[in-house]
Structure formats: structure tokens, C-alpha cells
Write a protein that binds this ligand. Sequence first.
Ligand code: PEP
Length: 252
Amino acid sequence: MRKNIVAGNWKMNKTFPEGVEFVKELKLALENEKTNCDVVICTPYIHLAAAATILEVSAVGVGAENCADKEAGAYTGEVSAAMVASTGAKYVILGHSERRAYYGETAEILKEKVKLALANNLTPIFCIGEVLAEREAEKQNEVVYAQLAGSLFELSAADFSKIVLAYEPVWAIGTGKTATAQQAQDMHAYIRGVIAEQYGKEVADNTSILYGGSCNPSNAKELFSNPDVDGGLIGGACLKIADFKGVIAGFN
Ligand code: PEP
């Protein structure tokens, strides 16, 4: 059966010493807690090796926030999936709306990134979601369908089964404006239906679909209690231990 997952996305926050201190504190904070979900932190590249080492014997997984769409070579400033994996990281966020909007990441580019992540045994946390104008025009389902089909549907069922999805309505990211529990459930059920059509019910039932967008300790429980919401991708509320713990407690 699919896993419940709470994954934090640090974005471009925390210097190296700040990151190390945070990871040590998080490890201590979660050590004696019974969590009813998998916990992952996705950090800037500079933190990955240290975070993976500190968290090696803990239940918290580590991931990157991106990886290159090329295997290796003369791509100044890029970090490959193999490099990410070599740090001990196990996950990588791909297709975040900020990458799509600010760095021109297209469906084709993301298709390559997904392939390389899987080839290096990283679990992609693949983000999809509509912008406000698309929601207002009631086009959210077709937008999300196109994002799934454009980057993922050439994968075999075995490879697709290794992916975690994150539905992140762009209008809810960092805005304090959360999707209602009903809006989240409706979209997650739609996504699961699309996966079932493409790969069959078993694959669909086993795919974890996270919600992302201003999820915090006060709304996590309601969002996570929806049958098709299998956890969250958390931005702002993952930067402080108490808030992140509060979101994780949404599964208690
Ligand atoms: C995100 O960036 O993935 C996100 C969900 O951010 P926030 O929780 O801050 O809305």
C-alpha cells in the first residue's frame, strides 16, 4: 500500500552551519516521537552530504531540490543525479513550480531529469499544479493532465511506480492561501483516476500523492485526512522544527 510522506522543501534557505544545526535538532526532535508517516527533508545541494550523514541512522530521508537534465560534462554550475545520489540522498524534487516559472523547465527537460533520477535510484517527488488563472478558468484538470502526460507517461509501469507526486496549486504556494480540503481531495482523486487509466488501478492505489501549498500545523490534519491525500510537500512550515513537527503530527 502507498506510503504517507511529509517532505520539507527548504528552497534557497539556510547557510551551511544553519543547515547542520537544524538537521541535528530535527534528528533529536523526532528520535523519540512516533511518526505515522515517512519524513523527508529536501535541501540545497550544499547540505546534502552532511544531512545524509547526520540522519544516516535515523528514519528521516534526505533529498535534493533539483538535478541536472544531463548525465555529466561541461555544464557549469549544474549538479547531476549521480552526484546527488553519491551524497547519500534518496529523493529529488523535480518540476517544482518555481523551477518551471523562473528557470524555464519544460515538460521535455523534466522528462530527462526524471529518467536520470530513476537511473540513479533517486525517488523523484514530481510536482504538478495549476496557476490561479487556470483555476479560475476551471482548467486545473487539463493542466495537471498535460504535466503528467508530458513528463511521465512514457515511463514503464515499473518506473512510474517509483515516483511520488506532489499536487501543488501554484496560487497556494507561499501565499498563505491553502486549497480547501475538498479542492485537494477532488484533484488528488482526479490524478489517481488518470494514473489508473494509464497504468491500472494497482499502480494508482500504490502512488503517494502529496499536497503542497501553505500547509501548516493548523491545516495539516484536515488535509491529510482526505482519502487521496497521502501527505504534504512543505515549504515555509518546514524551516522551523516546531512547525515541521506540527505538520508531521497531522498524521497522529
Ligand atoms: C513548496 O514550495 O513546495 C510549498 C508547498 O511551499 P509553502 O508550503 O511555503 O506554500
